[in-house]
Each structure stands twice: as C-alpha cells, then as structure tokens.
Design a binder for this molecule. Structure first.
Ligand SMILES: NC(=O)c1ccc[n+]([C@@H]2O[C@H](COP(=O)([O-])OP(=O)(O)OC[C@H]3O[C@@H](n4cnc5c(N)ncnc54)[C@H](O)[C@@H]3O)[C@@H](O)[C@H]2O)c1
Ligand SMILES: O=c1ccn([C@@H]2O[C@H](COP(=O)(O)OP(=O)(O)O[C@H]3O[C@H](CO)[C@@H](O)[C@H](O)[C@H]3O)[C@@H](O)[C@H]2O)c(=O)[nH]1
Length: 478
C-alpha cells in the first residue's frame, strides 16, 4: 500500500516509520523544509526509543521524505493527516493546520483516495474535512474520509504503535473499511510479530492487535474520552494523595489497595506533580469545549484540570517548607521533560515549576538526560545547566525530582549527598521509598507519603531543626 503521512512530528514520523516497518511504501511530508532536509540527511529530530533504528532501516527504501503535500497525495492510496491541533485561546482545538492540509490534499485528488484523520480532533472533524475537500473541488465519488485516532505515548511511541492495545478505525464506507483493514493487517493478523526482525515481539505482547471498527464520530470521541479518562485517573490519585498526606497515610499502599481491584487496575495511578505534555492538558480542555458545544456541562473535566493545576502549586509550597524560604536558595532540578523517556517539554510541569522557583528568588541548576536543548530554548540563561545529576546537585540547598526518568530512580545517593550543601530531596515523582531515603541520610519529601527524618548524621542534617514538615500540606510562612 502507498501511504502519505502529512506532518512529520511525534505522531507523523513514528507512524511513517512504523508503516514502512510493517511493509508499506511511505512518504513522510512536512512543510518545515529544515526538518525534511535533516530527515533526508539521516538526522532524527526527536528523542524516541527505536525511532533512529527504524529510520535508518527504511530511509530511502520504503520511507521517503517530501515537502509537497500535493505530490505525496497524488502518489498515495491513503493520506494520513498528523499535523498539530493545539489549544486555542478559548480552550477548543485549533483546527487551522488540519484545514490547511485538507485544502492542499483536495487539489491533488484525481483518482480514488482515502483521507485518514489521525490527529486528535473534536467529534465531527471528519465530516468537516469531507466538506472542505468537496468545496475545494475534489470529486465526492473519488474519496472517503476515515478517522484513525492515535494512542501512542511519547517515550514508548514505536512499541505502542507496533503493539497497540487496540487499533480504532472510524469508517463509513466499504472502501475506507477495506483499505484501513489492509493497512493494519500485518498487526491485526499477527503476521508482523512472526517476523524474525519484528520489534518488541515476545510474551509481553498479544499475538494480534485488536481492531475496533466504529463510525468516524465514535472514533473521534473514543480518542478524547480516553485521554480525558486517563487525565482523570491522575487527578483522582493526586487528590487522594493530598488527603493521605494530611493524615500521614501512604499513597503507595493506597494505590496498591485500589489497584488490586481488577475493575480499577493500578496503571496510571502514580501521584506526582500532575500531568503535562502536548496531549492531556489540551485534550481535556478541547473535550470540555466539545461537551459545551453539544449543550452538556461536563464539570468533572474542570475539576480534573483544577486538581492538576493545584498539584504544581502544592509542590512549590512543599519545596518552600523544606528549605524554609525560596529566596536566595540554590536548587538542583532533575528533569525538564514532561515525562521520562522523551525530550518533549511541551506543557511540562517541570518547566512551569522551574519558572515559579525563579520567580520566587531561587537559583536553579537543571539536568535532564534528553530535554536540555529544548529547555535551553525556553529558559535561556535564567538557569544553570548541569552535565549530570551530581553536577546539578553540587553545592545546592535541596534537590528536586520533577521527571520520572528511570535513571533518576537509581542515583548513587552517597555521592549525591556529598555533593550537596544540605541533604534535602523533594521528589515530585515518588521515585524512592521514604524509609530508604531516611536511612541514606536525606530529609526526603514526596507526594502523599509520610515524611521521615534523616537517620544518618550528615552535614546539613542539623537543618532538620528548622525543616518544617507540615502534615496538612499547607505552606509554612515564608
Ligand atoms: N505527541 C503525541 O504523543 C501524540 C499522540 C497521539 C496523538 N497526538 C495528536 O497528533 C497530532 C500531532 O501531534 P504531534 O505531537 O505529532 O505534533 P508535532 O507538532 O510534533 O508535529 C506536527 C508536524 O506537522 C507539521 N505541519 C504543520 N502544518 C503542516 C502542513 N500544512 N503541511 C505539512 N506539515 C505540516 C509541523 O511542521 C510538524 O512537524 C495532534 O493532534 C496531537 O494531539 C499526539
Ligand atoms: O500515573 C501517571 C501517569 C502519567 N503521569 C503524567 O501524565 C503525563 C502524560 O503521560 P503519558 O500519558 O505517559 O504521555 P503522553 O505521551 O502524553 O501520552 C498520552 O497522550 C497521548 C496523546 O494523545 C496518547 O496517545 C496516549 O495514549 C496518552 O497516554 C506525563 O506528564 C506523566 O508524567 C502521571 O503523573 N501519573
């Protein structure tokens, strides 16, 4: 099958590489000429596991790059739209990029064509795309429009694409259903997983990817509802963590107790500084706007958003409690990305927290394994950039963990403690057990878990005298 993928960002590039991996001929298109040139020259614009390997394997063979939507559309059987749908000033999704691409596609529809909407969009966007294509002169009998929402997560995008929990196709013609089924057949039949070079094959994954066939409108709603539900899970556990914190209970124990109920499950119940990224914040807002437009007041989503915002504010107060006053303090910050495994800082809680710490008079020494170049682009020289976690910790009053990178959960604590002026850690991702950290000589503060005094006598532990551990989670006076 010949597939054009319009937009070579996180979703477009990963989808294009994976479509090539499962045997299709693919053109990945972007209107950013520098990006396309870089891709042609073998550069990989984003940090994503297995993406460099897939690009190297298929570049110039099953996978080509272009800046022309028209040429790629004219050549392809199916054209996937994967451009951004950012949040507009009023909360709803800004569909101007999708619309612009639809205009370009329309002019190149001369033979039978399937247009597939893969960006995250409000319900009825497929309908709108169909109208735009017709208005721009594409003959109605030559094309179909389908919805195929994408559920990949950054950091594990390639494996998520190749081993999905489900593939959702929203179709309303036999033609579009047939083509979509053909495109995903290597995954839904399990043929891909039998290949000796299949990525990520093994007992962790099922033998065939489940296919869910719906109407385009249902598919569009499935995507928004999925993201809103996952965001709700995170806000829910964060709210429970705040209650646990106020009474000295332990959110880890609570999560295990809740998650053992198979109707609930324990995934996506990690308390922390709240969700970020390019999807949840904008998609919860956009879904709320969709509900409003349908005449339904979806107040639950407002609460999800508010709890998430509150979580960042509470974290700042927690840091302030731990170091007494933020003014004049030097803080090590581990993590800039919105989550571990990615260099993406869009809507990152870490960046928002760093901004607030700076505003309240602290200095920051920042380290992230992948996101420093992107962090530099927004933070400039307002912070110092460290070469690793220990460099970041050197001479600091406290260390904050803001991103759940696996390597931040395996730090050499003795080395860290020696590097710091005072052994204080405020962990916004609950990466360590409090009892373990107390034994390692740290005043360790985390989210929704009991605070234990440092056990070892170490330089700076005398500070425990004035470290104010406020059980209600409220701020101490500055
Ligand atoms: N990032 C994720 O993890 C993820 C996962 C699932 C769904 N989504 C959704 O997928 C969509 C894309 O997200 P993303 O993170 O890949 O965005 P992105 O910003 O990383 O990439 C979008 C790309 O589209 C290109 N583009 C914009 N207009 C274009 C045009 N007219 N012609 C050609 N290229 C054009 C941009 O240059 C950019 O490279 C969004 O709707 C998002 O909500 C994202
Ligand atoms: O228990 C958890 C799980 C996640 N997070 C945070 O939630 C945010 C989002 O994480 P994640 O969902 O793993 O990353 P994304 O790459 O944004 O993926 C989400 O958004 C994508 C875009 O729509 C969807 O395709 C995915 O299915 C959906 O998981 C990050 O800030 C995480 O730190 C938590 O705080 N606690």
């Amino acid at each position: 099958m010949k597939i054009a993928v319009i937009g070579s960002g996180y979703v477009g590039l990963v989808s294009a590489a994976c479509f090539a991996e499962i045997g299709h001929e693919v053109i990945s298109v972007d209107n950013d000429h520098a990006k396309v040139n870089a891709l042609r020259n073998g550069e990989v614009p984003i940090h994503e596991q297995f993406l460099p390997e897939l690009l190297a394997k298929h570049r110039g063979k099953g996978l080509k790059f272009s800046t022309s939507v028209g040429d790629a559309t004219a050549w392809a059987d199916a054209v996937f739209i994967t451009v951004g749908t950012p949040q507009s000033a009023t909360g709803e999704a800004d569909l101007s990029y999708v619309e612009a691409v639809a205009h370009e596609i329309a002019t190149a529809i001369h033979g039978s064509k399937l247009v597939v909407e893969k960006s995250t969009v409000p319900v009825r966007t497929c309908e709108a795309i169909r109208k735009v294509l017709q208005l721009c002169g594409a003959p109605a009998d030559l094309f179909s429009v389908a919805s195929n929402p994408e559920f990949l997560r950054e950091g594990s995008a390639v494996l998520d694409f190749l081993h999905p929990d489900r593939i959702v196709i929203g179709v309303d013609t036999e033609f579009s259903r047939g083509l979509m089924e053909q495109i995903y057949w290597p995954l839904t039949s399990g043929e891909y997983y039998k290949r000796s070079d299949a990525l990520g094959a093994g007992p962790r994954f099922s033998e065939c990817a489940p296919l869910i066939v719906t109407s385009p409108k249902s598919a569009e709603l499935i995507k928004h509802a999925s993201n809103a539900f996952l965001a709700m899970k995170i806000s829910f556990i964060n709210a429970v963590a705040n209650i646990a914190e106020s009474v000295g209970a332990d959110i880890d124990e609570i999560r295990a107790g809740i998650g053992a109920d198979s109707r609930i499950g324990n995934r996506f119940l990690n308390a922390g500084v709240g969700y970020g990224g390019s999807c949840f914040p904008k998609d919860v807002q956009a879904f709320h706007a969709v509900a409003q437009e349908c005449g339904y007041r979806f107040g639950l989503l407002n609460e999800v958003i508010e709890i998430n915002a509150e979580q960042r504010r509470r974290f700042i107060l927690k840091v302030r409690s731990a170091v007494w006053t933020l003014r004049g303090k030097t803080l090590a910050v581990l993590g800039a990305a919105f989550k571990g495994g990615t260099d993406d800082i869009r809507e990152s809680p870490a960046i928002a927290i760093v901004d607030e710490l700076l505003a309240q008079g602290s200095s920051v020494r920042l380290f992230d394994p992948a996101a420093l170049p992107k962090a530099k682009a927004v933070l400039g020289d307002s912070v110092q950039y460290a070469s690793d976690a220990y460099d970041a910790a050197t001479g600091t009053d406290a260390l904050l963990i803001l991103t759940e990178w696996p390597e931040f959960a395996q730090l050499d604590l003795e080395r860290l403690r020696k590097a710091m002026k005072f052994p204080i850690i405020v962990d916004g991702r609950n990466l360590y057990r409090p009892s373990f950290m107390a034994k390692a000589g740290f005043a360790y503060h985390s989210i929704g878990r009991p605070e234990l005094a440092a056990e070892k006598s170490a330089q700076g532990v005398r500070r425990d005298d004035w470290i104010y551990v406020n059980k209600s989670g409220a701020a101490s006076a500055d």
